[in-house]
Design a protein around this ligand. Structure first.
Ligand SMILES: NC(=O)c1ccc[n+]([C@@H]2O[C@H](COP(=O)([O-])OP(=O)(O)OC[C@H]3O[C@@H](n4cnc5c(N)ncnc54)[C@H](OP(=O)(O)O)[C@@H]3O)[C@@H](O)[C@H]2O)c1
Length: 294
């Protein structure tokens, strides 16, 4: 355990104690307010009870790229983390080792999100290790590009299976099993706004995430679970860079106001904010994190 981790745990404990004291102090106020005009105010004040970062986060597709950065960042924020891969077990294991070396707790589990039974096994493994889940990030995704006239059935079907059905499998399991007062984030993409040629099928699968988040946020009413889609722009991972020349990548970077691609950590920082103690009022939204390229 590092000193930094000890400090973070002790800060969390202090926060939990503070919020429990605030909740105890509020209880009589809330009882008195149930049939008065003050009830709305009491309900709003009751948000003080919210305890940030729950304790456990499950991040799909976290063996590399954006998901790995999210897993490491949430571990740094004090979450126990379940890491997931579909093929690269060594990479998933190395993300876990890195988290453990920094004083955190993590497990990894291979599961293809397009398979509902595998997703159930993933959540079950998380529950066995950590006893429940408070934050779920549906991040696993794939991208195949071609003009509509050239898109193959295989590529189209696999994108739908992983991005549309796979994310649905994860969100369904999350909404069945998550503890109240948690956060769900599903990864969309700013391509839903940029709408560049060759991206039609991929962008359509990402647009589904924005619909999922908005509707699921409403379906989970009363459980204090905030649900959002997060839509990065151009991020420096193999998903974006594969098949592009260094010159093409540099050209894309120059088109962004900040003159560079996002690094995965830039996106993980936004996830950390949404999952932090001050992020919970954002719900049902698509949060665009693209450095201003749209
Ligand atoms: N990079 C960008 O510019 C960008 C922009 C906007 C949105 N996004 C979205 O951000 C998310 C992450 O993208 P990324 O760039 O980090 O991708 P990436 O570097 O290609 O990593 C993809 C991750 O997803 C996992 N994965 C793929 N298929 C899976 C499946 N069927 N079941 C479980 N895990 C699976 C991979 O596991 P293995 O290592 O085992 O293959 C890997 O961990 C995606 O949803 C993507 O659409 C990316």
């Amino acid at each position: 355990m590092t000193a930094e981790h000890d400090k973070s745990n002790s800060e969390q404990e202090q926060f939990s104690r503070r919020t429990m004291m605030a909740a105890a102090a509020l209880a009589p106020v809330m009882l008195a307010a149930t049939s008065t005009g003050a009830s709305a105010q009491a309900r709003a004040t009751a948000t003080l009870e919210y305890q940030p970062s729950g304790k456990v986060a499950l991040v799909t597709g976290s063996s590399r790229g954006i998901g790995a950065a999210i897993a490491k960042r949430l571990a740094r924020d004090g979450f126990k983390v379940t890491v997931n891969c579909v093929a690269n077990r060594d990479l998933a294991a190395s993300v876990v080792r890195e988290i453990e070396a920094a004083g955190g707790a993590a497990i990894w589990e291979q599961a293809d999100v397009s398979d509902p039974a595998a997703v159930r096994r993933l959540f079950a493994a998380n529950d066995r290790a950590f006893g429940g889940v408070d934050v779920v990030v549906s991040n696993a995704g794939i991208m195949r590009l071609a003009p509509i006239k050239d898109m193959t059935d295989d590529d189209f079907d696999r994108m739908v299976a992983v991005n549309v059905k796979g994310s649905f499998n994860v969100l369904r399991e999350a909404s069945r099993r998550m503890r109240d007062r948690g956060r769900i984030i599903t990864l969309s993409s700013s391509i839903t706004q940029l709408r560049s040629p060759t991206y039609a099928a991929y962008a359509a699968t990402k647009a589904a995430q924005e619909i999922y988040a908005n509707i699921l946020a409403k379906e989970l009413e009363g459980r204090m679970i905030s649900v959002n889609a997060l839509a990065p722009g151009l991020v420096n991972t193999t998903l974006f860079t594969d098949g592009k020349t260094p010159e093409q990548i540099a050209g894309f970077a120059q088109r962004t106001p900040h003159k560079r691609l996002a690094e995965p950590a830039d996106i993980a920082n936004v996830v950390s904010t949404l999952c932090g103690e001050d992020g919970w009022w954002v719900s049902g939204e698509t949060v665009f994190a693209n450095g201003g390229i749209v």
